[in-house]
Design a protein around this ligand. Structure first.
Ligand SMILES: Cc1cc2nc3c(=O)[nH]c(=O)nc-3n(C[C@H](O)[C@H](O)[C@H](O)COP(=O)(O)OP(=O)(O)OC[C@H]3O[C@@H](n4cnc5c(N)ncnc54)[C@H](O)[C@@H]3O)c2cc1C
Length: 329
């Protein structure tokens, strides 16, 4: 059977947003392949997430529960996932391009002698041979390629925010328990410590004020923070973003980075300060609703996509903007 299987991930007892996005990608494929699209949850206690996922109209929900699957232990999850594949033989297995997907995908491809395509931004089924067509950016984001290769199953990790999340379905679907044989001798990682860092969820920002190499020094971000603070009087969720050069120079941490190797964003307002608009940056902020660029170079790429452009040294214009915003608030 041409079953498309989604590896689900759980957040706060529910399927996470990426899983729902994968489900809509998987349904599109299973419609074309003539099979069903099912979701698999693995863990020590995933019944709640499985029940909720059943309401989003998958063909089936598979549940693998085992005390040793508590937390994410790559060695054990790999063994369990390989056993699931040999039991239900999905034609396609999709994972999020998340920490879990990136850890498991290559290991599973190696274990099952299959081939994996990572970070896909589109998927389709080739009507001629039924193989998965995997579209992904290549050459540092300068080109898009479509890959096709056999595999049992055909494996891909999928970038977040590319597919709209699945909507709840009409009636809950069947939940199937799968027993897997795993034991502590399969564990090769002796200890794992989770360090909680304060993270910046740039993709949830309504307004992003971003700085690039044009700031000239780390202190430039202090000026941007003043602008962000002034904007917070009128807008919710205003965050600081940056280009990769600003991160490479050590001016700001990488969780602020917008771009291909950073975060993909689509805020209501994007303010690009001293950012030239390299393709690897542009592709991940171009869907911002309004783009405001501040740059001294009239020919820079950022002006080509900006709704409003200010040709000025940021050190002059940013304080003037802050003053005006304060006056207006
Ligand atoms: C595989 C790969 C992945 C990449 N991933 C990313 C990514 O995720 N994100 C990313 O951002 N980049 C990424 N890059 C790097 C990217 O190609 C560019 O090098 C980078 O985006 C340029 O950053 P920038 O615009 O800050 O710097 P620059 O290109 O140097 O631009 C600086 C700009 O500041 C302007 N400026 C100078 N002084 C002032 C001033 N006083 N006031 C106002 N404006 C001023 C200049 O006119 C210029 O336009 C990647 C590259 C590769 C190869």
């Amino acid at each position: 059977m041409n079953e498309v299987l989604i590896l689900g991930e759980v957040k706060d007892g529910s399927p996470d947003l990426r899983t729902l996005e994968l489900l809509s990608a998987g349904k599109k494929l299973s419609d074309a392949a003539g099979g069903g699209c099912s979701i698999l949850f693995m863990g020590d206690s995933v019944s709640g997430a499985a029940d909720k996922a059943a309401g989003y109209g998958p063909h089936k929900v598979y549940r693998v529960e085992h005390p040793l699957l508590k937390g994410f232990q790559p060695d054990l999850w790999l063994n369990a996932l390989a056993q699931v594949c040999s039991e239900i033989h999905p034609a396609v297995l999709l994972m999020s391009h998340s920490f879990v997907g990136m850890e498991l995908g290559p290991r599973l491809a190696c274990r099952l002698n299959s081939r994996l395509t990572t970070d896909c931004i589109d998927l389709a089924i080739d009507p001629e041979d039924g193989l998965l067509l995997r579209t992904k950016p290549v050459s540092g984001g300068n080109a898009i390629s479509v890959f096709k290769c056999p595999g049992d199953p055909q494996l891909a990790t999928v970038r977040g925010k590319v597919f709209a999340p699945a909507e709840p379905g009409d009636s809950p679907r069947e939940i199937v328990d799968i027993q897997t044989k795993i034991d502590p001798s399969m564990i090769r990682v002796e200890s794992m410590e989770t360090v909680k860092e304060e993270t910046v969820s740039l993709d949830k920002a309504n307004v992003v004020v971003a700085g690039g190499a044009g700031l000239g020094e780390a202190d430039g971000f202090e000026l941007l923070e003043e602008l962000a603070e002034a904007l917070r009087r009128s807008f919710r969720n205003v965050m600081i973003g940056c280009s990769r050069v600003a991160v490479d120079k050590g001016w700001i941490s990488s969780d602020h980075q917008v771009g291909l190797t950073g975060t993909m964003i689509s805020p209501d307002i994007y303010v690009a300060v001293g950012i030239s608009g390299a393709i690897q940056h542009l592709v991940c902020m171009i869907h911002s609703k309004k783009i405001i660029a501040i740059n001294t170079d009239t020919g820079c790429n950022m002006f080509k996509v900006a709704d409003y452009g200010i040709v000025e040294d940021y050190e002059d214009i940013v304080p003037a903007l802050v003053e005006k915003l304060e006056e207006l608030s």
